[in-house]
Design a protein. Structure first.
Length: 99
C-alpha cells in the first residue's frame, strides 16, 4: 500500500499496516508490528495505519506539536481505510477506532 502516492518506506512517517511490508518493530512499535505481521499471515485484522516512533518522539520533543507535514500523509491513510472498509471518517454508519 502507498501513502501519499509513495510506497511505505522509512521516509514515510505514516505507515499503512496492510501486510505487504516488513517494517522493524523499532520503527512502528510493537502493537503495529503485530498487526502488520498478522495481516501478512492472512489473519483477518481490521485495516490500520500507524505514525512512526520517530515522529512520536519528535512530537514529545517539540512541546506536543503535530508537524504540519504529517496531515497529508494522515489524510491519505484515512482515505485508504475508507476505501478498504467502505466506511467514511466521521460518518454515523460504522465507526472505526483510533488508538
Amino acid at each position: 500500500m502507498t501513502v501519499a502516492g509513495h510506497r511505505n518506506d522509512v521516509t514515510t512517517e505514516v505507515v499503512v499496516l496492510d501486510g505487504t511490508t516488513d517494517h522493524h518493530r523499532a520503527l512502528i512499535g510493537g502493537k503495529a508490528w503485530s498487526i502488520q505481521h498478522m495481516r501478512a499471515l492472512g489473519i483477518r485484522v481490521p485495516p490500520a495505519f500507524v505514525i512512526t516512533t520517530a515522529l512520536c518522539r519528535e512530537y514529545y520533543e517539540h512541546d506536543r506539536t503535530v508537524p504540519q507535514r504529517l496531515w497529508d500523509q494522515v489524510d491519505s491513510a484515512l482515505a485508504h481505510l475508507e476505501s478498504e472498509t467502505g466506511r467514511g471518517f466521521g460518518s454515523p454508519r460504522g465507526r472505526y477506532s483510533c488508538r
